[in-house]
Design a protein around this ligand. Structure first.
Ligand SMILES: Nc1ncnc2c1ncn2[C@@H]1O[C@H](COP(=O)(O)OP(=O)(O)OP(=O)(O)O)[C@@H](O)[C@H]1O
Ligand SMILES: [Mg+2]
Length: 268
């Protein structure tokens, strides 16, 4: 039986025009994600990953193609997905609690109710005692957690996370990855996750999409058969090393002009 998809990107292309010049950023991107899956997306810098997220989130219209969620077209429709942008978007003039409930506030949830929903999560995820602190008083890991909690509290089935742990040291990153897997499991979200870290892409995901260089196309879709729950030890197995090698070859062949392609379940 073919399982119903949660989100489908169908033939999406995007062209930017700047200073009279035309820049193709995405070219006929197709991607199907089942309900409850964790999907990593990797690709060279500038290949259009964030642009694709902006399109899925309804912030940027595609030049061609469409995006569907739960059977409906959502292209150009903001608010259907939770989105943590590549830049840490905590507002410096709002304390952590007020940052975390921002999405609920935007959706018109009364403050008292929003705070009531935020506080247990703040406690569970290690930010208790910091509610009244401002973002610049927190460590990088705490800020990332606050930004993720805000995205989580926005309470959409689909979460788009664009390099959420990019600026963290390896140890904090692993803590955050395990924390995210916990959230994903507890809340049954469908997650699309952009990263430049191949270990991270494998460790977290059920499947990985590899983009070509700009204009981005899907080069391959790789399944990650490592069973769950996962732990750091899974990153030292031959199976993991094999997947990593496949992805590196695909990425390498996705970057420089004229390089040979190798390995993987190539799509184009
Ligand atoms: N608003 C815009 N106007 C013009 N060009 C843009 C705009 N946004 C993105 N681009 C261009 O589109 C291409 C894709 O950018 P995008 O940010 O999506 O890449 P990315 O894959 O997320 O890169 P990175 O891995 O570095 O974050 C780039 O060449 C970028 O310069
Ligand atoms: Mg980006």
């Amino acid at each position: 039986m073919i399982k119903p998809y949660k989100i489908k990107v169908e033939g999406v292309s995007k062209t930017f025009t700047s200073g009279g010049k035309v820049f193709p950023a995405l070219d006929d991107v197709n991607l199907t994600v089942e309900d409850g899956k964790f999907v990593s997306i990797i690709g060279p810098s500038g290949c259009g990953k964030s642009t694709m997220f902006n399109i899925i989130a309804g912030l940027t219209p595609p030049t061609g193609g469409d995006v569907f969620a739960d059977g409906e077209s959502i292209a150009g429709r903001a608010g259907y997905v939770g989105y943590m942008l590549q830049k840490d978007m905590l507002l410096p003039w709002r304390n952590i609690l007020d940052n975390i409930i921002l999405g609920l506030e935007v959706r018109g949830v009364p403050r008292k109710k929003a705070v009531g929903r935020a506080l247990p999560l703040i406690e569970k995820y290690g930010l208790k005692g910091f509610e009244k602190h401002y973002p610049d008083e927190l460590s990088g890991g705490m800020r990332q957690r606050a930004a993720l909690l805000r995205t989580l509290l926005y309470d959409r089935d689909i979460m788009l996370l664009d390099e959420p742990f990019g600026a963290l040291d390896a140890q904090t990153r692993l803590l955050m990855q395990n924390w995210l897997l916990e959230i994903w499991r507890d809340f049954g979200k469908t997650i699309l996750f952009v990263t430049h870290d191949i270990d991270e892409a494998i460790y977290l995901a059920d499947e990985i999409y590899v983009f070509t260089k700009r204009p981005g196309k899907i080069k391959a879709k790789i399944e990650v058969p490592i069973k769950r729950p996962r732990s750091a030890g899974d990153m030292t197995t031959p199976e993991f090393a094999g997947l990593k090698s496949t992805l590196l070859k695909l990425l390498f062949s996705a970057s420089p002009d004229g390089a040979e392609t190798a390995g993987g379940d190539e799509i184009d």
